[in-house]
Ligand binder design. Structure first.
Ligand SMILES: Cc1cc2nc3c(=O)[nH]c(=O)nc-3n(C[C@H](O)[C@H](O)[C@H](O)COP(=O)(O)OP(=O)(O)OC[C@H]3O[C@@H](n4cnc5c(N)ncnc54)[C@H](O)[C@@H]3O)c2cc1C
Length: 510
């Protein structure tokens, strides 16, 4: 009888030490450290990392928690601030401003969803801003933060939070964690890849120094170049530029001049959009754009002329093509991070897609033969994740009323994928937001962008009319004032940081 341990993956090799590589190493070392399966990460200091992923989604807290990472320590080591959502400026029309929060609007007041009650009041011209009925939005506008409450009746319970951090420092933090759990780091540049003549599986890599490293399973975290998944295996790339045309960015950090703000900002521009991500010690800024609509010079001038403080480095230019590999797992190579694909950072989804890649890999962790059925299931799940993020990102562009620049006019008139068309039509007709069984963004996220960008349903749920006008007004007013009171009772974000993960004295000072 065969020894079952013969079938086990004994050597896992990760190529790349960016956020993807070290997140993968940390999670794999946490799972396999001390079990006889080795984890080796190869990175090249000469090539370096992309180093710009600074805004995250709340799911990262579950990733850190699953590894037993202490949040305060992580925040202090990465200069992290709190993120309650993303403020979108000028996306619907010039002058518009709304927050996509990590939490729902309103609460249950009757059989229909809250936004239908708000829509009736709005139709009568009596509603306050939709954001006034959402705790994390009001907290963000007021620069305040407190941890979610344990009490299920408190408005502080129905929200989540994420971090804005220095991505390079997060990598260093995770590398310390992974190495403590037994992962081995090898410095060097991969110059060739060996494959099995029969199966096509990758069997090993050779470094510039001549060192050879063999493995059973390879995790390609080599960034945009896709060293194994593309250069060795020629997996192919699905190009989604027709849906999301931005293909370049400039990034630059600057000093603070104003309050930190527990949120990321994305401001629409003539040929793309600009981000502002406040950390404890600086603000990260960037301009994502499409070179068909503005020149590189115009893009960098726009960025530099709108910085709030002194630039702390020269602007760095980045190039990308929106899309994903045809297979994220091909043979015995799993592509995680930029090697697998890239969707512009409008909703801070890249690190989250890295996390999904790792979680799905652990759930379907293979034997040495990497059975086709497991690979297919992994690819199916990851395709859904990517497609749903793509649709949600597109929503911000197509749900615009702007016609002041060619990019915005083209996005308004473009062909939508069927999956997105259905979502928008369903909301426009009668205010429903069909929920996905898989995929990142839940109905509250779609709702905040729809309403934030002036897509108001033609009809609300008729059950709303069973409530009298007085009762409806009283209910909405009660929710609005309880949120305002709850926010008034919390600390300033900067004070919270000082007591919970400050990197240094005066961190996040306003
Ligand atoms: C403009 C922009 C803004 C972004 N903003 C956000 C954001 O706000 N939030 C978010 O979640 N994500 C964001 N991202 C994405 C985020 O930066 C990446 O998902 C994240 O940094 C992971 O990158 P990576 O580890 O896949 O690749 P990289 O950081 O590029 O790392 C690649 C690694 O592979 C190694 N390598 C490559 N070739 C070789 C070789 N031949 N030999 C040895 N080693 C090699 C390199 O040395 C490096 O260690 C942004 C991306 C861009 C482009």
């Amino acid at each position: 009888m065969n020894d079952p341990t013969d079938r086990m993956v004994r050597n896992i090799v990760i190529i790349g030490g960016g956020t993807a590589g070290w997140m993968a190493a940390a999670a794999l070392a946490h799972r396999f450290g001390g079990t006889g399966t080795s984890i080796t990460l190869v990175e090249s200091a000469e090539i370096g990392i992309v180093g710009v992923g600074e805004a995250t989604l709340p799911q990262i807290r579950y990733f850190n928690r699953s590894l037993g990472i202490d949040e305060r320590e992580m925040m202090a080591r990465t200069s992290a601030t709190i993120k309650l959502g993303i403020e979108f400026c000028d996306w619907g029309k010039a002058g518009d401003r709304y927050i996509h929060p990590f939490g729902a609007h309103g609460e249950t007041v009757g059989p229909a969803d809250f936004h239908h009650y708000w829509a009736r009041q709005h139709a009568q011209g009596e509603a306050h801003d939709f954001g006034d009925y959402c705790y994390p939005i009001v907290a963000a506008w007021n620069d305040r933060f407190a941890l979610p409450d344990e009490d299920p009746d408190s408005p502080l319970v129905a929200f989540s939070y994420a971090f804005q951090f220095d991505a390079s420092l997060y990598g260093v933090f995770l590398s310390d964690f992974a190495k403590k759990k037994g992962a081995k780091r090898v410095e060097g540049k991969v110059v060739s890849v060996q494959r099995d003549g029969e199966t096509g599986f990758v069997t090993g890599i050779t470094l510039e120094s001549g060192q050879q490293i063999t493995g059973d399973l390879f995790v390609d975290c080599s960034g945009f170049r896709g060293l194994l998944i593309e250069q060795a295996l020629e997996t192919g790339y699905e190009d989604w530029s027709e849906y999301l045309p931005c293909n370049r960015a400039y990034a630059v950090p600057c000093a603070f001049t104003d309050t930190v703000g527990p949120y990321t900002r994305a401001t629409a521009r003539k040929g793309g959009w600009q981000w502002r991500i406040p950390l404890q010690h600086r603000i990260g800024n960037g301009h994502v754009y499409c070179d068909r609509y503005i020149s590189d010079q115009e893009a960098v001038d726009q960025l530099m002329s709108t910085l709030e403080g002194e630039p702390l480095a020269d602007p760095k230019q980045l190039f990308f093509k929106t899309g994903k590999r045809r297979k994220l797992w091909n043979r015995n190579v799993v592509a995680i991070g930029l090697s697998g694909g890239f969707l512009e950072p409008l909703e801070s989804t890249s690190i989250d897609l890295i996390q999904s890649g790792i979680v799905n890999l652990l759930a379907l962790f293979p034997e040495r033969d990497c059975a086709e059925a497991d690979r297919d299931e992994y690819n199916r799940l990851m395709d859904l994740e990517f497609e749903r993020v793509r649709d949600f990102l597109m929503l911000h562009y197509v749900a615009t009323q702007r016609d002041d620049a060619a990019l915005w006019r083209d996005m308004r008139n473009m062909e939508w994928p069927d999956s997105l068309r259905y979502k928008i039509d369903a909301f426009r007709r009668r205010g429903i937001v069909p929920e996905y069984t898989h995929g990142l963004f839940l109905p509250p996220s779609w709702l905040s962008v729809f309403i934030g960008q002036n897509i108001v349903p033609k009809a609300y749920d008729p059950r709303v009319d069973r409530m009298s006008g007085e009762e409806l007004t009283a209910n909405l007013e009660r929710i609005r004032s309880s949120i305002a009171d709850a926010v008034a009772g919390t600390s300033l974000h900067s004070d919270f940081i000082k007591s919970h993960g400050a990197s240094f004295d005066g961190a996040a000072a306003s």
